[in-house]
Design a protein around this ligand. Structure first.
Ligand SMILES: *[C@@H]1O[C@H](CO)[C@@H](O)[C@H](O)[C@H]1NC(C)=O
Ligand SMILES: *[C@@H]1O[C@H](CO)[C@@H](O)[C@H](O)[C@H]1NC(C)=O
Ligand SMILES: *[C@@H]1O[C@H](CO)[C@@H](O)[C@H](O)[C@H]1NC(C)=O
Ligand SMILES: *[C@@H]1O[C@H](CO)[C@@H](O)[C@H](O)[C@H]1NC(C)=O
Length: 347
């Protein structure tokens, strides 16, 4: 778990930073450290600001802030020297060949999985998708590898969209008027599903956004944990565009070739914990239909996305000591970079 790693991390760094690894065990530790450092880099940034905030609060005379010892260790002078030092390949420059992108890979069949809530225009280019949506802090670390070369792919646009804490997509707040009392379909392929909510406004853009992968093939986002809606297991949608045109005047883009469409899931354990938290606990279907478990996902999407041993479930770690401090989620998408799919829903 993440907190355990945090406590180990400075000690190991201090032990290894200025010493060349010789034995296989040392090499293995160094390798895992590099991976840890690489994966921790975004979290370290967040911890830095958290620590800065805590420091500011102390400086402003507020007492009784909870003390977070791991932060102090992580940012002890020796640790920082290990990270930022002259040979500082821990945080800055983990070479791509040393980057062990998380082995939770997903390659999904397109069309089936895009769903009805994508907007062809107006997805902002940004890393923070949350706007003013309330919910559990979720940091996403999404790696992209090319399934044909097995190499990480830099500079491709990862576009994601998800439902808010009470199960609504931006722009689709209500069911169509004549379907307000619709009941979920019983039996058949669409068992458990309702008709899609129509798009009734253009001004909502929360929890939609796209960002290009960095030189290590990773795109990172700040979001909230998704809520659930009738018939579907908790999920996040994604598309990957190797080509796109940026509109700097309004920070949106026009999509070029679409190479991948998919969905990510979470372990049911964490879904269950989040269910109980406010405002997820205010989900309007909580006491009637409840959250759909992964194994009951409609259209068989969860099961289908596990074909060929691919695993579309995030690896998650707690960001702090308790879940309400946030969650960091890692996943890697295997994408066929030569593929080209139509950029609209055919379901
Ligand atoms: C993922 O890692 C596990 C354990 O390290 C290994 O057994 C499995 O084959 C790997 N899966 C893929 C798709 O590489
Ligand atoms: C953003 O700007 C582009 C180029 O001017 C335009 O085509 C597009 O409609 C704008 N999108 C939004 C959501 O305003
Ligand atoms: C989710 O979005 C809907 C539609 O905009 C809104 O009515 C609802 O209050 C939002 N949920 C939360 C928890 O903010
Ligand atoms: C990738 O897509 C190209 C173009 O559609 C196709 O020819 C190739 O077989 C695909 N490769 C894999 C590994 O699926």
């Amino acid at each position: 778990m993440y907190p355990a790693l945090l406590t180990l991390f400075p000690l190991l760094l201090a032990a290894l930073a200025h010493k060349e690894a010789k034995t296989p065990e040392e090499k293995e530790i160094q390798r895992s450290l590099r991976n840890a450092a690489y994966h921790c880099a975004p979290a370290v940034g967040d911890f830095t600001s958290a620590r800065k905030r805590a420091f500011a609060q102390r400086a402003l005379g507020q007492t009784g802030q909870p003390s977070l010892p791991a932060y102090d260790e992580l940012f002890a002078q020796e640790t920082l020297q290990g990270i930022d030092g002259p040979d500082g390949d821990f945080l800055n420059c983990a070479p791509v060949q040393d980057t062990q992108i998380e082995n939770n890979t997903c390659v999904l069949a397109p069309e089936v999985t895009e769903g009805p809530y994508y907007h062809n225009r107006g997805h902002p280019i940004r890393q923070n998708l949350a706007e003013y949506q309330d919910g559990l802090l979720l940091l996403l670390d999404i790696g992209v590898i090319d399934v044909e070369t097995c190499k990480p792919v830099p500079n491709v646009l990862v576009d994601i969209w998800l439902a808010n804490a009470t199960g609504h997509y931006a722009g689709h707040p209500d069911p169509a008027p004549h379907l307000v009392t619709e009941q979920p379909q019983v039996g058949g392929k669409r068992s458990g599903l309702l008709s899609a909510f129509p798009r009734t406004n253009d001004h909502e853009t929360f929890l939609r956004g796209a960002w290009a992968t960095d030189r290590n093939g990773v795109a990172q986002f700040t979001s909230i944990f998704p809520g659930y809606y009738t018939g579907r297991a908790t999920h996040i949608h994604t598309k990957v565009f190797p080509e796109w045109t940026l509109h700097p005047e309004n920070s949106t883009f026009t999509a070029g070739r679409l190479a991948h469409v998919g969905q990510f899931f979470f372990e049911d354990d964490i879904n269950m914990a989040v269910d109980k938290m406010f405002p997820y606990s205010q989900n309007p279907i909580r006491d009637t239909r409840g959250r759909t478990r992964n194994w009951r996902d409609s259209l068989n999407i969860f099961d289908d996305s596990h074909l060929n041993n691919y695993n579309p479930v995030f690896k998650t770690h707690l960001l702090g000591g308790v879940i309400s401090q946030g969650v960091i989620a890692y996943i890697t998408m295997g994408v066929n970079m030569s593929a080209s799919y139509p950029n609209y829903w055919q379901g």
